[in-house]
Design a protein around this ligand. Structure first.
Ligand SMILES: Cc1ncc(COP(=O)(O)O)c(C=O)c1O
Length: 477
């Protein structure tokens, strides 16, 4: 075993990892990256098929991002945002405000307010924590409710800090902490493949064909609001991942669902909190029917939230940084004379970090470049073409693709949809076998996740899909 692997095993405690298993084998130590590839200590190269846990956008060691970072480093790495402004964070805030407010969507509905204020933090969890705290206090201060109540989706995941965990509903991750959490409600997510109304047959035809569906999940959603109001505990904020729920198992929502439920939430005067930590910055593909080519998933459904939480792709996968954007109404609720203490008492040491901000600006340059838009469209098509080859596997029940995000649900038998037991570790086994073949990704339970950086091409898609096919043959027969 190499010396770095030894050091890791001696000292490092890994996230979301059973360390007993970890300690039994030699960990892969990544020493460098270039483009879509990661290289380990021994020089073996791997396709980074999940973009380093959904963060990387343009590939590793990107010369444009590197240059932006080095140029900033020559000036300053970090100065505090408590009491001081700085150059790249101010410019970035203006740029973010520009891209989260597509004019067409704002004009379409007067209830859609522009997001004009940016609160920086460090990661997806803090971005959500900030949205939750602001929504809570804004609701109280604006007289909407003395007891703000949050609704999120079944299997929701919004991060690991206590507020974010409170709006999360994955028992495996969240139940242990329940005595520490504030109470929130949840409603069924539109998980068509396992819909309790049994209305979809995705494995037979096109995964997005919902012939017999009468939007029962939307009725359930509406009833949730009605019941809450009747019980004197109205829901005041709806928290959601737009279009696809990542850690829930890449649950892709059917077209139109978000638009319908957002309308219901709005009719009930609930705030909309969009968690675009995973979906933001083009992951869910280009808005094809909009002139705006928005980089955000909620805009594909013409939904403009009151809060949007951004992280992961914000810096192209380079540095930990996050932003929570909200409306002037929310901002104004925290204005007052000093001694009124209406201040938002929240902040982090690295808030508005200059290195992160400058690389985020360069990231936006790349994202807005016409060539990048073209190649993302090409990649989306290449992925969907290659994925068709996998439908023949009886161990694959569903293949869900939203733009450049893919979840492949492994099942014991596609006819019965019987899931693998956790102890069978189907997802883990397949992903380990894929790593042997030079493709790295990480499953979510029995779902194999594919989310390559945008520099992936057809050849890489072929390699990823053949690694999945061979790995299923090797491990699940
Ligand atoms: C949708 C979503 N929200 C929030 C988070 C938390 O982000 P972080 O891990 O940066 O705290 C994640 C992380 O995967 C996520 O997928």
């Amino acid at each position: 075993m190499n010396k770095l692997a030894k050091l890791d095993k001696l000292y490092v405690w890994h996230p979301f990892t059973q360390m007993k298993d970890w300690l039994q084998s030699e960990p892969t130590v990544i020493v460098k990256g270039r483009g879509i590839y990661l290289y380990d200590f021994y020089g073996k190269r791997y396709i980074d098929a999940n973009s380093s846990i959904w963060t990387n956008l343009h590939g590793h060691n990107n010369s444009y991002l590197n240059r932006a970072l080095c140029n900033q480093l020559k000036k300053i790495a970090h100065s505090s945002a408590l009491g001081l402004a700085n150059e790249p964070a101010s410019i970035l805030a203006e740029r973010l405000v520009k891209i989260v407010n597509p004019r067409k969507i704002l004009n379409e509905n007067l209830r859609n307010k522009p997001l004009e204020k940016v609160f920086y933090s460090d990661n997806g969890s803090t971005a959500m924590e900030i949205a939750i705290k602001l929504a809570f206090e804004y609701t109280r201060r604006s007289g909407l409710s003395k007891n703000p109540r949050f609704l999120s989706l079944s299997s929701a995941y919004h991060g690991d800090t206590i507020g974010a965990v409170s709006v999360g509903h994955i028992d495996l991750f969240h139940k242990t902490w329940s005595p520490l959490l504030f109470k929130t409600d949840y409603v069924m997510s539109p998980y068509c493949y396992r819909c309790k109304y049994n209305k979809s047959e995705p494995e037979r035809a096109d995964a997005r064909e919902y012939k017999k569906c009468r939007w029962e999940c939307v009725d359930v959603f509406e009833k949730k609001f009605r019941d809450a109001k009747q019980n004197g505990k109205p829901i005041t904020a709806f928290v959601f991942e737009p279009l696809i729920q990542g850690s829930a198992g890449m649950i892709a929502h059917p077209d139109g669902w978000l638009r319908k439920v957002a309308e219901i939430a709005r009719n009930n005067r609930a705030l909309l909190i969009a968690d675009e930590v995973m979906t933001g910055f083009g992951r869910t593909g280009i808005c094809k029917d909009s002139d705006d080519t928005s980089l955000f998933a909620c805009h594909k459904e013409a939904v403009q939230p009151d809060f949007i939480a951004l992280s992961k792709g914000l810096t192209g996968g380079y540095l930990p940084m996050a932003a929570t954007l909200t409306t002037k109404d929310v901002f104004n609720a925290f204005l007052g004379d000093y001694t009124e203490f209406k201040t938002f008492f929240h902040g982090h040491s690295y808030t508005a970090n200059q290195l992160g901000s400058s690389v985020a600006l360069a990231n936006l340059d790349l994202l807005e470049d016409k060539d990048s838009i073209k190649s993302r469209n090409k990649l989306e098509l290449a992925l969907s073409n290659e994925l068709k080859l996998l439908w023949k596997y009886k161990q694959i029940g569903d293949i869900r693709q939203v733009g450049l995000v893919v979840g492949i649900e492994l099942v014991k038998n596609w006819r019965t949809r019987e899931p693998y037991e956790p102890k069978e570790q189907a997802g883990i086994k397949v992903c380990k076998a894929m790593a042997k073949r030079g493709v790295i990704t990480r499953p979510v339970g029995n779902i194999v996740v594919i989310m390559p950086p945008y520099c992936a091409n057809e050849k890489h898609c072929k390699k990823i899909v053949s690694a999945i096919a061979e790995s299923i043959d090797e491990t699940l027969n």
